[in-house]
Design a protein around this ligand. Structure first.
Ligand code: DX5
Ligand code: ZN
Length: 220
């Protein structure tokens, strides 16, 4: 399975965003993880459509949009129009999960479905064949720079086993508190898309990205 690095620009320095993204791309990162927060589903507010639109066309990396937003179905079309390649919504935030995933697919975009650390993995069961990606949060969504919740490893293992049982092979993305020091165990548990904000953007971006890429390739 192809392993992918999705650096989260939440930890970038926005004065020079384009240049920093370029460094991750040159060092091999395949995605840009784009965290949208509405101040309701999560306490904080981040950025939205105009920022995404300005990234469209400036990079060959896929735009991986993580909507931490209540009733995200309201915004799916607009994010698709702004260039999203993948739109991930939270199971906890949708009144109609299946309808929301369908709305994403209708825009010609890949759909992701995410669960917070306290949400039982079983709740994904009805949707296992309806998304191209499942995002297991390994911190409470809302802020960068938090510590990885160790129980997440078991949750990733459980989800991968549930998918394998059904002969389904979507991506499993993991988000929150991932550094080069713990990336290998996240991959070994069954994830193949690694989000990292602080682990990429704090310090030497090129070197951090290259370090992650080496670990990702080892586990392919
Ligand atoms: C948290 C966001 C994450 C965050 C990860 O709510 O979804 O994508 O940017 O940041 P780090 O890697 O610093 O935990
Ligand atoms: Zn995220």
């Amino acid at each position: 399975m192809k392993n992918i690095l999705a650096p989260s620009i939440l930890s970038a320095d926005f004065k020079t965003l384009g240049e920093q993204i370029r460094q991750t791309e040159e060092a091999g990162a395949q995605y840009i993880h784009f965290d949208v927060m509405d101040g309701i589903f999560v306490p904080s507010i981040s950025f939205g459509m105009p920022v995404l639109a300005s990234l469209q066309g400036c990079t060959a990396q896929a735009l991986d949009v993580h909507l931490m937003v209540t009733e995200p179905v309201r915004y799916v079309k607009e994010f698709a129009k702004c260039g999203a390649d993948i739109i991930t919504v939270h199971l906890e935030a949708c009144e109609d999960v299946q309808g929301t995933l369908s709305a994403i697919h209708e825009c010609g975009v890949k759909a992701g479905l995410s669960i917070k650390p306290e949400t039982p993995v079983d709740m994904l069961t009805p949707y296992l064949n309806q998304a191209e990606m499942f995002l297991v949060m390994s911190v409470e969504p809302g802020f960068g720079g938090q510590a990885f919740i160790p129980e997440s490893l078991g949750r990733i293992r459980t989800l991968r086993a549930m998918l394998n049982e059904r002969d389904l092979h979507p991506d499993i993305e993991v988000d929150g508190g991932i550094y080069q020091s713990n990336a290998a165990e996240v991959l070994a548990a069954g994830a193949n898309v690694i989000v990292s904000g602080s682990g990429v953007y704090k310090g030497d971006i090129r070197k951090n990205t290259a370090g992650f890429m080496e670990i990702l390739r080892e586990y392919e």
